[in-house]
Design a protein around this ligand. Structure first.
Ligand code: SAM
Length: 453
C-alpha cells in the first residue's frame, strides 16, 4: 500500500460515516448571515470561507429544507470545494467548466464570479446537462451558457479564449467508496487505466481552450496516482507553455506525491505542488487538485456583447410587467433575444454560441402567452424578495411552504396577478393570484413529493 504507515488511518476513515458538506450561495446570503439562521449545526471548512460541514442532521434533512429550495446552499463534499477556491475565478471573466454536471463546482464558480462575466458550463451527457441547468437556475444564474458538447467541438470554436478553465475529470471515484458502495464494485485496475487515458485527452483539449496567461485547474475525486500526478506529469512534458502553480498551503492541503509515479516521468517536475486532500487527514471524502498556468500576457478575454433590443410590441408587454412588478434594476435595453416565444437576456452575442448544442444561453426571463408576459422560474430565482413589489412571504410557516413546494395552491386575499412566493424573504418561485387563490407556478419537475415528514 502506497501510504505505508498511514494506511491504517486511511482505511479506518472508510468506516466513519460520510461527512455532509454545505456551501452557502453567497449571491443570496453571506456565510455569517446563514450561520445565524442555519437549522443545523455547522463547522467551517478550513479552505473555503463559504463552506461548512453539517455536524448533525438527525432532525432536518438539508436537502429537504425550504432554504435548499430557495437556493441558499449546495450540498457538496468539503474536499471538492478546494478546486474552485484554487481556480479563483473573478467577476467579469470568461470561465469554462468543461465537465460540469451536476453543477457543484459550476455553482461555486458562479458565486465567486458574483454572477458577472460569462460562465460556460459544459456537460457531455445530455440528461446530466439538464440537472446542471436545474442547479444553475436554483442558484440564480444570469450570465451563463449551459452546453452539451464534446470538448473537441469546444476547442474548434473557442481555442485560446477562456481566462480560466476547470477540468473536473470523470475518474475511478475512489473517494466515493464510503458514500457509494456501487463505486467500489465498479472499480478495477482497467477502470483506472481507462480513466487515466481519457483524463489525459480531456486535459490536453482543455489546455487549448485557455488564453495565454490564463489558468487551468485539473481535479479528480480519486486517489490513484495514475489518474492524478501521472496525468499532470505527462501533460507538462508535452505542454511546455504550462507550469504548475505553487498553491497556498491551506490547513488540510497535503502535497502531491511524485514518489508514487515512475521516476523518469516525475523527474524534474515540481509535482509536490499538486494538492491532495485526504479523508484521514482532514474533513471530506478526498480530492486531487492541480493548478496550471499558461505562459504569456495576462490580458482578459472579451466576447462580443449583444446590442439587440426587443421588437417594440414585445417590449411593451415585458416593460409593463417589469415596471409593475420590479422595484429595482431598470429593464435592460439591450442583450435581449427570443427563442420561439421565450425571452432571454444575454451578456454576449448569440454568434458566440451559434451552432453549438446549447441547453441555456443567458438568463431566462419569461415567455409570451396570448399577448401576456409569463415570468420564468429563473427570473424569480435571480431576484431578491425586496426587488419585487408583489410578493407573498410564507415567513417560516412550514406547512404552507411545504404545500407550495408540493405544487398546491395557496389561499391569499390581495391584488390579482403575479406574485413572487418567498420563504423568510428568499424567492421560491411564482404564483398567480385570482379571486383569493394563488395558483401554483412552481416548476413541476421541482415539486416535492408528499408525504415528507
Ligand atoms: N464538476 C461536477 C460537479 O462538481 O458537480 C462533477 C463532474 S464529474 C466528476 C465528471 C463529468 O464529466 C460527468 O458529469 C460526466 O458525465 C462528464 N464526462 C464524461 N465523459 C466526458 C467526456 N469525454 N468529456 C467531457 N465530460 C465528460
Amino acid at each position: 500500500m502506497l501510504l505505508g504507515g498511514e494506511s491504517e488511518a486511511f482505511l479506518n476513515s472508510f468506516n466513519q460515516p460520510p461527512s455532509v458538506g454545505l456551501r452557502v450561495n453567497t449571491l443570496k446570503i453571506t456565510p455569517e448571515a446563514f450561520l445565524s439562521v442555519s437549522p443545523f449545526p455547522l463547522k467551517p471548512v478550513p479552505w473555503c470561507p463559504e463552506g461548512f460541514v453539517v455536524t448533525s442532521n438527525d432532525h432536518v434533512r438539508p436537502s429537504r429544507h425550504p432554504y435548499y429550495a430557495a437556493g441558499l446552499y449546495y450540498l457538496q463534499d468539503p474536499s471538492a470545494m478546494a478546486a474552485v477556491v484554487l481556480l479563483d475565478p473573478q467577476p467579469g471573466e470568461f470561465v469554462l467548466d468543461l465537465c460540469a454536471a451536476p453543477g457543484g463546482k459550476a455553482t461555486h464558480i458562479l458565486t465567486r464570479m458574483r454572477n458577472a462575466g460569462l460562465l460556460a458550463a459544459n456537460e457531455a451527457v445530455r440528461s446530466r446537462a439538464n440537472v446542471l441547468l436545474a442547479n444553475m437556475e436554483l442558484f440564480g444564474a444570469k450570465p451563463i451558457l449551459v452546453i452539451n458538447e464534446t470538448p473537441k467541438v469546444l476547442v474548434d470554436r473557442w481555442r485560446g479564449t477562456f481566462d480560466r478553465v476547470l477540468v473536473d475529470a470523470p475518474c475511478s471515484g475512489e473517494s466515493l467508496f464510503r458514500k457509494n458502495p456501487a463505486a467500489c464494485r465498479e472499480w478495477s485496475p482497467a477502470v483506472v487505466e481507462g480513466c487515466a487515458a481519457r483524463q489525459g485527452m480531456l486535459l490536453a483539449m482543455a489546455a487549448d481552450l485557455v488564453r495565454e496567461g490564463g489558468r487551468l485547474v485539473y481535479s479528480t475525486c480519486t486517489f490513484a496516482p495514475e489518474e492524478n500526478e501521472a496525468v499532470i506529469a505527462r501533460f507538462l512534458r508535452t505542454r511546455r507553455d504550462y507550469h504548475l502553480v505553487e498553491p497556498p498551503r491551506l490547513p488540510g492541503f497535503s502535497c502531491g506525491r511524485l514518489d508514487w509515479i515512475a521516476p523518469e516521468l516525475a523527474r524534474g517536475l515540481p509535482l509536490e505542488r499538486c494538492v491532495r486532500l485526504w479523508p484521514h487527514l482532514s474533513i471530506g471524502e478526498g480530492h486531487f487538485v492541480a493548478v496550471l498556468e499558461r505562459e504569456g500576457s495576462a490580458t482578459h478575454s472579451h466576447f462580443v456583447t449583444y446590442a439587440a433590443s426587443l421588437p417594440s410590441k414585445v417590449k411593451r408587454v415585458v416593460e409593463m410587467f417589469w415596471n409593475e412588478m420590479l422595484s429595482t434594476d431598470v429593464m435592460p435595453d439591450s442583450g435581449w433575444y427570443m427563442i420561439d416565444r421565450t425571452l432571454h437576456w444575454t451578456p454576449v452575442s448569440p454568434t458566440v454560441w451559434a451552432g453549438l448544442r446549447v441547453v441555456r444561453a443567458g438568463w431566462q426571463v419569461g415567455s409570451l402567452s396570448g399577448g401576456q408576459f409569463v415570468p420564468a422560474y429563473a427570473l424569480g430565482m435571480a431576484l431578491c424578495g425586496s426587488d419585487v413589489r408583489s410578493t407573498f412571504d410564507l415567513g417560516n410557516d412550514m406547512p404552507a411552504t411545504v404545500s407550495y413546494l408540493c405544487g398546491e395552491p395557496l389561499q391569499s386575499i390581495g391584488p390579482e396577478g403575479w406574485v413572487l412566493i418567498t420563504y423568510e424573504g428568499y424567492p421560491l418561485g411564482w404564483g398567480k393570484r385570482v379571486r383569493g387563490v394563488i395558483k401554483n407556478h412552481y416548476p413541476r419537475h421541482r415539486r416535492w413529493p408528499r408525504p415528507l415528514f
